[in-house]
Design a binder for this molecule. Sequence first.
Ligand code: AMP
Ligand code: GLY
Length: 412
Amino acid sequence: MKTLVIGNGGREHAIAKALSRDPDVEAVHAAPGNPGIGAVATVHDVDPLDGEAVATLAHRLEVDLVVVGPEAPLVAGVADAVRAAGIACFGPSKAAARIEGSKAFAKDVMAAAEIPTALARVCESAGEAGDALDTFGPPYVVKDDGLAAGKGVVVTSDRAAAQAHAAGCERVVVEEYLDGPEVSLFGFSDGTTVLPLLPAQDFKRLLDGGHGPNTGGMGAYAPLPWAPEGLVEEVNDRVLRPAVGELARRGTPFVGLLYAGLALTSRGVRVVEFNARFGDPETQVLLELLDTPLGPVLHAAAAGRLDDVERLRWKSGAAVAVVMASAGYPDSPRKGDAISGVEAAEVLHDVHVLHAGTALGPVGLATAGGRVLAVTGLGDSVQQARDRAYEGVRLIDFAGHQFRRDIAVAVG
Ligand code: AMP
Ligand code: GLY
């Protein structure tokens, strides 16, 4: 099988790497890629948001499968363009990707399919938002309706700050606060059948202890030793399968990876959000642990044949990813800082460095985005995996780098 991975983040590096070690996969191409992806795939310079250009490249490379990684191309309809060209694509249509692209749409799907989630109100004026804030009370949760790379959500006990965030957005969702630890649970979907992965946890806030602004994710680990027994089955039955069923019923089947962001509240499991693609950095840990070859699973999902795939097999042990972010992230990430130590970290036993915002420039490897690297450790236990990840982090340096020191230490 020949494959093409669209995107240039850590998630796409993890996907390309997993495909590159899959005996069923004879070629891995990527566009636009990054220097890390370039080590495991042939990279091509294509605008990932241009569906026609992606389809043309896929055709020219004679690939059997295109995997679209990030949300922006999915929401822009890149998977539709690839499928229209007669090429199998792992990634939902523009219509199905609205489950991530619009929080209001996601709430509508959840209501129709009776999926447990926070009570919410869609507001289009300051007055409506103010009423909703008073109805739900503090802590206040205000979400920009559109795509915002994990940065459109404000959770605060300061009513004025909540109201100000609402005023800065055209349409917001105001909702009740959900307590309890968060879990990310993904399912492969072919439009009908869902194959769940292992639960993982992402650390969304910038600073230790869950302080500071929300980010795209500062670290992740899996499996979760504290997860309640039966969690995967419960979420598959109450969340993933009903969502996939509802989208199929609407004539917009979801083919790709459905990401359920969950809160395990005192009143039970609630959906915080859906995403229409692999999570980042959860994918970096999950694909290190996945023992089943990835290519045939993605291809079966794209071809509507997930029924034929056996239960996923996982390696024993654990994986922990620590994100190293650039100076100024998340507000104004600085580019162009020289990065050292990646090679030294990679020769450590069971340490893998996955690239996101990196580029090769005059100074060699340099920062080129917010989240720069995900340093991933594998081990027999979460503790050992974590120690290895941080051993790698210690060897890597760039000016102003930021990372959390408590990934996989505490819950949350
Ligand atoms: P979202 O983009 O909807 O995933 O929100 C980003 C982050 O904000 C989530 O991962 C949570 O940490 C937090 N968050 C979102 N919705 C809620 C909620 N209803 N209650 C508490 N925290 C929330
Ligand atoms: N890790 C959060 C996300 O991928 O949205």
